[in-house]
Write a protein that binds this ligand. Structure first.
Ligand SMILES: N[C@@H](CCC(=O)N[C@@H](CS)C(=O)NCC(=O)O)C(=O)O
Length: 245
């Protein structure tokens, strides 16, 4: 029986990254890591029950939340990437995933949506996806306002710019220290945590705006090499986008 083609709903590629969304980048990276055929389609989070991207359609079944998607696919495939990990490696991956997805992500959101230098690129990328006049209004008055509110609710948005970036830099240092000189986060072979780490480190490194997190990353050569290693391995030869039409 031919394998089911997964449909991944996500915003389009930008700045050399598979998607404007780090969580969508994570899922697309994972799909390439396990070599599953997939197609990508644009997705409007407002049309999805959980109101967030990404979601996938797997043979008529809708699954959302990047971690639930990976769990679903891991179960279906027999855990090809993480099957050989021991308990402490799994625990370390869990903590790293929570750090980058629940904290560093918000620093990235601040850099892209609040900091004026980053927002000028974000605005341009999002306005391209929306109808001309209303698009500008939506990006400034609706999406940005909602994101500023979310950052405030999460708590990070209540800090000063320098303190937000300092917190993001601390996460990057911790990941770089644990990575050391290993090619992938848990050793010589890629595992699913690398999809999250690439999504966030690549999301900081490849975004065109300069900011203190990017400068800090430049001073962590092992982390830059890691992020580029992941990018080149999974997107170097075949640019982002579905592997089937
Ligand atoms: N925990 C979720 C987070 C997904 C998420 O925050 N997605 C963002 C895009 S990066 C989104 O859809 N935001 C729209 C909104 O919050 O309205 C996951 O892992 O998939």
């Amino acid at each position: 029986m031919p394998p089911t083609v997964i449909t991944l709903y996500q915003p389009p590629p930008a700045w050399g990254l598979p998607s404007l969304s780090p969580f969508c980048t994570k899922v697309e990276t994972y799909l390439r890591m396990v070599d599953l055929p997939y197609r990508t389609r644009g997705g409007d989070p407002r049309k999805h029950p959980k109101g967030k991207l990404p979601w996938i359609d797997d043979d008529g079944r809708t699954i959302s939340d990047s971690s639930d998607i990976l769990d679903h696919l891991n179960a279906r495939l027999g855990d090809p990437l993480d099957g050989a990990l021991d308990h402490s490696q799994r625990a370390l991956a869990h903590l790293a995933r929570r750090t980058v997805e629940e904290h560093l992500y918000w620093c990235l959101v601040y850099a892209r949506w609040v900091d004026p230098g980053g927002f000028s690129f974000t605005r341009e990328a999002f306005e391209k996806l929306l109808p001309p006049v209303i698009g500008k209004l939506l990006v400034h008055q609706v999406i940005r306002k909602k994101i500023v509110g979310a950052l405030h609710g999460q708590g990070l948005g209540r800090h000063a710019r320098a303190d937000i970036y300092r917190r993001g830099c601390e996460d990057l240092t911790a990941i770089a220290v644990l990575l050391g000189e290993q090619p992938y986060f848990l050793g010589p072979n890629p595992t699913s945590i690398d999809a999250s780490l690439y999504a966030l480190t690549g999301g900081i490194w490849l975004h065109p705006a300069d900011n203190p997190m990017k400068q800090h990353m430049a001073a962590l050569p092992n982390l830059v090499a890691y992020s580029e290693r992941m990018h080149n391995r999974y997107f170097g030869e075949r640019p982002p986008g579905g592997t089937v039409p």
